[in-house]
Design a protein around this ligand. Structure first.
Ligand SMILES: Cc1ncc(COP(=O)(O)O)c(C=O)c1O
Length: 537
């Protein structure tokens, strides 16, 4: 394993399966005396793949055991066929909705491979698939049984299907959370140990450097369950965390420790209860209130008086000339015409129904206190923010390379721009974002001129069109040290996805703001700050 595997773990995993496939194919046609070197290569590769594969639901221990067995017994044809089936399942994602992909292969069976992505063909019937991490204090020999119990609970009427992934320690649970993006829920059973079962230096480095577990959990002899829940919440806030414990559930439920936990189960809870809780948690996040309502609305016989020329597509589908347009876009686009004034869709300007619920869910997903939907993209959002925060005569420190919507916003608000240039990166023939120094220099200059009170806002682009990401936290902290009530508009039009990567999240405006808020609420930080202030004046 190379450290780079951490940043492209999914691609690295597929690459290894492809390499194994190449070796397996070569083994099939080779003379027995030449096979040993290749067999060893395959064995080493499989051993390297071991830890990551253990953190993933597919192919799972049964198919992996069959692979090892075929390699040991020299069944090259069977080995190659199974490697091909697994790597094909992983590349096309067909394992997510094709039960065939999971079955242990019969020796003589030859399967045709599925090269279409799962959403094509079987799309209508498919159940969304995810994986559930189960952190178990029990012996490893018990794991197949746990897996089987939860698999047997699957019912036709379940809206989703999941595969359990079992680990036995704190460190392995953290590593699985880092590497396996199919995981959507975790069931922690108190009583497990701390140390990983793998002695792989790269994994250790990831735990120490990237995840920064710290000394707390390592030193703890009990309560590792709630500590793990906190760690997972920090790294993967979207995951539902369940805890089964023998501790006093009443006391735990009311404490801060329980904040990241969706539900606490006492002792040996019925697996069915856990199964239903898992599905319920996913359902909660899978809901799409606005879209559901729109689909419902599109299927109702409603007259629209707002855009009569369109009339829910009638004028297009009956036209002698533009029927091809209707065929191109499809009937649903016109049936779901949302400019209707006859009700049923909630109000974008004053939402109280499905749009409000959707906004609240968006705020939760994006880690905000509130979220507001707007039409006309980031340009309109920028103009709204400028007009909400600024009054005529206010000064705005602004990235000279910002998107033009900011200029329109400034004109509308009557504010004055103070342009700051991005720094050049000549080796890449591009510009970076704004360095902190010139922003601070501009603020100090305003202070010297007695105009600092007029400086209301700093506008920065993160990330830039070329992909340059700013040090958001440091920028804000250093500017706030000069003017504590300064506002920041980080234009993240290119960076919305960053919230969903534990790495990039720290470099987003919301991620950095929440880190700063947490830091400032910490009494220790306040003490440090007071000391610094009394020393530095
Ligand atoms: C940094 C930045 N801000 C704002 C916008 C405007 O986005 P929209 O087209 O959604 O109005 C863009 C568009 O490219 C952009 O790159």
């Amino acid at each position: 394993m190379e450290p780079s595997d951490f940043f492209s773990a999914a691609e690295g995993r597929l690459d290894r399966w492809r390499t194994l496939h190449r070796i397996a194919k070569t083994l099939v046609g080779i003379a027995e005396r030449d096979a040993e070197a290749l067999r060893q290569e395959a064995q080493k590769l499989l051993a390297d793949m071991g830890p990551i594969e253990d953190f993933c639901g597919y192919p799972g221990p049964r198919l992996m055991a069959q692979l090892h067995e075929r390699l040991q017994t020299g069944d090259w044809t069977g080995f190659a066929r199974l490697v091909q089936r697994i790597s094909n399942g992983l590349v096309t994602n067909s394992y997510r909705d094709n039960t065939e992909a999971w079955k242990a292969e019969e020796e003589t069976e030859v399967r045709s491979t599925d090269i279409l992505p799962p959403s094509i063909g079987r799309g209508q019937n498919r159940k969304p698939y995810f994986e559930v991490l189960m952190v178990s204090p029990g012996e490893r020999s018990m794991w197949p049984e746990i897996r089987d119990v939860f698999r047997r609970l699957r019912r036709v009427e379940d809206p989703f299907v999941y595969e359990p992934v079992i680990v036995g320690s704190f460190e392995d649970a953290v590593l699985a959370t880092v590497f396996n993006y199919n995981l959507q829920a975790v069931v922690i059973s108190d009583g497990f140990g701390f140390h990983s079962q793998y002695n792989v230096p790269t994994l250790r480095e990831i735990l120490l450097k990237q995840v920064q577990i710290g000394e707390g959990p390592r030193a703890a002899t009990r309560d590792l369950g709630t500590r793990l829940a906190q760690m997972i919440r920090r790294w993967r806030p979207e995951m539902d965390v369940y805890l089964t414990t023998d501790r006093d559930v009443g006391a735990l439920a009311g404490s801060d420790d329980a904040a990241p936990i969706r539900r606490v189960f006492y002792g040996a809870e019925e697996p069915m209860e856990i199964h239903l809780a898992i599905l319920d948690g996913i359902k909660d996040r899978y809901e799409t209130p606005y879209f559901d309502n729109l689909k419902n609305y599109a299927s109702r016989p409603i007259g629209t008086f707002h855009a009569l020329p369109i009339a829910r597509g009638k004028s297009i589908f009956k036209s002698n000339w533009i029927r091809d347009m209707g065929e191109f876009y499809g009937v649903n686009l016109f049936l779901a015409e949302s400019s209707a004034t006859t009700g049923g869709l909630d109000s974008l300007l004053e939402p109280t129904g499905n749009i409000k619920v959707a906004q609240d869910k968006a705020a939760r997903a994006l880690g905000g206190d509130r979220s507001f939907f707007v039409t006309n993209g980031t340009s309109t959002s920028n103009k709204i923010v400028h007009q909400a925060l600024l009054a005529p005569g206010d000064i705005v420190l602004i990235d000279r390379d910002c998107h033009k919507s900011h200029h329109y916003g400034l004109v509308l608000a009557g504010a004055q721009p103070l342009y700051i240039d991005a720094f050049p990166l000549p080796q890449y023939s591009m510009y970076g974002s704004l360095a902190i120094k010139p922003i601070k220099k501009a603020l100090l200059q305003l202070k010297a001129e007695g105009k600092l009170d007029r400086a209301k806002l700093v506008v920065l682009t993160n990330c830039t069109f070329d992909g340059h990401v700013a040090n958001v936290k440091k920028t804000m902290l250093e500017c706030l040290a000069i003017k504590p009530d300064l506002c920041f508009l980080w234009d993240e039009a290119w960076f919305g996805f960053a919230r969903f990567s534990p790495f990039l999240r720290r470099r987003t405006a919301m991620g950095a703001a929440s880190a700063i808020r947490e830091m400032m609420r910490d009494p220790e930080y306040r003490k440090r700050y007071e000391k610094f202030k009394s020393e530095m004046g």
